[in-house]
Write a protein that binds this ligand. Structure first.
Ligand SMILES: Nc1ncnc2c1ncn2[C@@H]1O[C@H](COP(=O)(O)OP(=O)(O)OP(=O)(O)O)[C@@H](O)[C@H]1O
Ligand SMILES: [Mg+2]
Length: 287
């Protein structure tokens, strides 16, 4: 598969202006990131607070432009102003707080909002809104008031608003951070389904490291650079390296690592509770 997003040696520093007469302070946020993201893939991004994840996300749909290096989306450079609309339509973003992303008092109107702004003809809006709500499992809530919904449901409405624009990529920037465990699972499952069923490329930024197990690829950021990059099991079992970056491996991988260190001959890499139980059972029955 071809790359849908390519970052080549991307650098970004935020300029902060102090009081008049004082110098501009520049905070480096991304320092030489090179990444090629395959169309149709599901890539998770983790990293400690301030490691540059959101800055990276904002480069993927031209909300920020690199100081140095290039970002290419479906062959378009984000520095090419004439392609801004195409880039924003290709890469949708879902943010942390569902309440900040909902603008209407009826779910279906909220999902239609972006399409109306784009000037999509009326007769095309309804089928696109219905398809988008269906894709996130919210068809039954089309006429409800968003504030009556749970956090997970609100995020799914926000996702429907993005899907209605028919993006090829969706970047989720900590979209589960404000949700309870049920809501988190709901939103992650929705992203997995959109990736699997609709072929939408997913960039999943999270600080819940166990969510990375749903991805095909995990990128670990630290200090504005990519420090680890690979399949979840290979990256997430590097417990010492993760610890050095201020992160802890997902619970079952942490546990299997510790058991092995304690001399328990555990087979495979159990990463869920069920797998752990399966791996431990034969060892227990031997004794
Ligand atoms: N608007 C801004 N102005 C100045 N500095 C900023 C701004 N936004 C982010 N930074 C700084 O840039 C660096 C990277 O921030 P960024 O928000 O990309 O990290 P992050 O990994 O998303 O963090 P978090 O886990 O807290 O969301 C940090 O040092 C941060 O303080
Ligand atoms: Mg962030």
């Amino acid at each position: 598969m071809a790359a849908i997003i390519e970052l080549a040696d991307v650098h970004h520093a935020y300029a902060q202006y102090r009081q008049e007469g004082e110098d501009v302070v520049r905070t480096p946020a991304i320092q030489g990131v090179t990444l090629s993201i395959e169309e149709g893939s599901f890539m998770a991004v983790v990293g400690h607070n301030g490691s540059g994840k959101s800055t990276l996300a904002k480069h993927m749909n031209a909300l920020l432009l690199p100081d140095r290096g290039t970002v290419t989306v479906a062959g378009m450079s984000t520095a090419d102003e004439s392609r801004l609309w195409d880039i924003r339509q290709t890469v949708g973003m879902v943010f942390q707080n569902p309440d900040n992303q909902i603008v209407s008092s009826i779910v279906e109107e909220d999902v239609a909002f972006g399409l109306e702004n784009l000037g999509v003809p009326r007769e095309q809006i309804r089928p696109r809104v219905e398809a988008a709500l269906d894709a996130v499992g919210m068809s039954g809530h089309a006429l409800k008031a968003p504030h009556m919904l749970s956090g997970g449901q609100k995020q799914r409405v926000a996702i429907a608003g993005v899907i209605a624009m028919r993006p090829r990529v969706i970047v989720f920037d900590e979209s589960t951070a404000m949700l309870d465990p049920a809501g988190r699972a709901e939103v992650l499952d929705t992203a997995v389904r959109l990736n699997h069923d609709e072929g939408i490329t997913v960039i999943w930024i999270t600080h819940f490291i166990e969510e990375c197990m749903a991805a095909g690829r995990v990128v670990v950021m630290s200090g504005g650079t990519v420090d680890m990059d690979g399949p979840p099991l290979l990256v997430l079992r590097e417990r010492a390296t993760l610890r050095g970056l201020g992160l802890t491996a997902p619970p079952m991988l942490e546990l299997s690592g510790r058991l092995r260190e304690a001399g328990v001959p555990l087979a495979g890499d159990p990463s869920t509770l069920e797998q752990m139980a399966e791996a431990l059972c034969p060892l227990l029955s031997k004794n």
